[in-house]
Design a protein around this ligand. Structure first.
Ligand code: SF4
Ligand code: SF4
Length: 437
């Protein structure tokens, strides 16, 4: 049974007013474009172009490197300048294709399809060939997610319209301005799962979106709109599944094990374009916001565009930011260099005048228990953080550290400003790498 909420969670300042009323604006890139070959979970893509090649917008430049991988397409026309390592938002150097944008935006031809008549297999192929991945941040190849072993056991396709991360308003704008694409995309996914119902799961702080989506789906027997209680991290996959269906999953289960498939708003719209228009994934909506920028806004960004150009589009900084984050403040990556490209998973660029976290030195834990109270995974974060700091992998695992969803709630509430999430995150990374080996 749906609970419409979940255990724990927090209510951070949401900062959405800065950009929520700014309609999506198309921006055209000017300089070179950078396409990291790893912008998804799985094997890196493999270049199919060489230095000096001329490419057009929508042309395949790197093919999938395996089943769990995704191809990459040029989002501009121009000449391949190099294939070399470039820095990405995580700070890592990743092998990338660099295209010198000629500013002409010459485009390939696309083959449109009727979503009502294409077969299930064709839908999966079109999504796979379009390079669609989870655009909410995970980057998991969507065709894999949509190919569970037993598709007949999928009972719910959940559109993650929660957008619970503070400051982010790109999904909100999509739901206001292009709700038809979201609903049509959801209907395409439902064609894959005969026994499933579609749920558009929206937090109740977006009543306008709820109304629009309810109106649009009033004659759709298989689709319903659910208003969820506004609380962070409502949009985390496990919390969303629990809130909408009452089913619980853990780190060793996939949503499909609970009869669910979850996709976020931008991903569903990318599915719609892949199937209906035959268009590969080349752009996404990015919120550029924060109190340090002149004119916060939501942009249609061509993937590969430099973050510095996004800052230019919002009129630059009004005050030098103390902290710049790719993504939201709770789960995003703090950036030390803006010279990085937009990727398939980049939902926002957040520029803040105050870095409240690093402005305060962490002090000793006062055993207040607040971190455990808010943990949506029902863990004891302070204990896990101590295990992580001491490299105690055994106790960390025994205390279910791998069930952490890295939401940041524990660090957010900690009065001692301890870097709880950070410690747990790095231990999880180590253990996941060991498991992979
Ligand atoms: S331990 Fe993990 S899941 Fe729990 S609050 Fe901290 S970051 Fe979130
Ligand atoms: S919230 Fe901070 S101070 Fe309180 S128990 Fe957790 S780690 Fe310790």
């Amino acid at each position: 049974m749906a609970k419409l909420t979940f255990h724990g969670g927090v209510h951070p300042y949401d900062g959405k007013d800065l950009s929520k009323d700014k309609p999506m604006r198309i921006i055209m890139p000017k300089g070179e474009m950078v396409y990291p070959l790893s912008q998804h979970i799985g094997a890196p893509a493999v270049p199919v172009v060489s230095k000096g090649d001329y490419v057009r917008t929508g042309q395949l430049i790197a093919e999938a490197g395996g089943f769990v991988s995704a191809p990459i397409y040029a989002s501009v026309s121009g000449t391949v300048k190099a294939i070399e390592p470039r820095r990405v938002v995580t700070g890592d150097m990743v092998n990338s294709i660099i295209i010198d944008n000629d500013g002409l935006f010459e485009e390939v031809d696309y083959i449109a399809h009727d979503p009502k008549t294409v077969s299930k297999q064709e839908i999966i192929e079109l999504i796979k060939n379009a390079g669609v991945v989870g655009m909410g941040g995970a980057g998991f190849p969507t065709h894999v997610k949509l190919s569970p072993k037993e598709p007949e056991k999928i009972e719910y396709v959940i559109a993650n319209c929660a957008e619970c991360e503070p400051y982010l308003t790109s999904d909100y704008r999509r739901m206001i301005e292009e709700p038809e694409k979201l609903v049509e995309g959801l209907k395409i996914i439902l064609r894959l799962f005969d026994n499933a119902r579609g749920i558009l799961a929206v937090e109740d702080n977006k009543p306008d979106c709820i109304e629009i989506l309810k109106n649009l789906t009033k004659d759709e027997d298989r689709i319903s709109v659910k208003a969820l209680k506004t609380k962070y991290p409502q949009g985390a996959e496990r919390q969303l599944i629990y809130a909408t269906t009452g089913r619980a999953i853990n780190s060793s289960m996939l949503p499909a094990d609970a009869g669910c498939v979850v996709d976020n708003v931008d991903t569903i719209v990318a599915i719609y374009h892949a199937v209906k228009d035959g268009k590969p994934l080349m752009n996404r909506i990015v919120t550029v916001t924060g109190d340090a920028v002149n004119d916060p806004c939501n942009f249609y960004v061509r993937i590969g565009m430099n973050y510095n150009d996004l800052i230019e589009e919002v009129g630059g900084f009004k005050t030098e930011p103390e902290k710049v984050v790719s993504g939201g403040p709770m789960m995003g990556f703090a950036l030390f260099d803006l010279n990085v490209p937009t990727t398939k998973t980049a939902s926002a660029l957040l520029c803040l005048t105050k870095d409240e976290v690093s402005a305060m030195e962490p002090s000793a834990c006062i055993n207040c228990g607040k971190c455990a109270e808010v943990c949506p995974s029902r863990l004891i974060p302070k204990k896990l953080a101590v295990c992580a700091e001491h490299g105690d992998e055994e106790t960390f695992s025994a205390c279910h550290g791998m069930e952490c969803v890295e939401c940041g709630c524990c660090s957010f509430v900690c009065p001692a400003k301890r870097h709880v999430t950070q410690s747990i995150k790095s231990m999880r990374k180590t253990l996941l790498a060991k498991k992979k080996k």
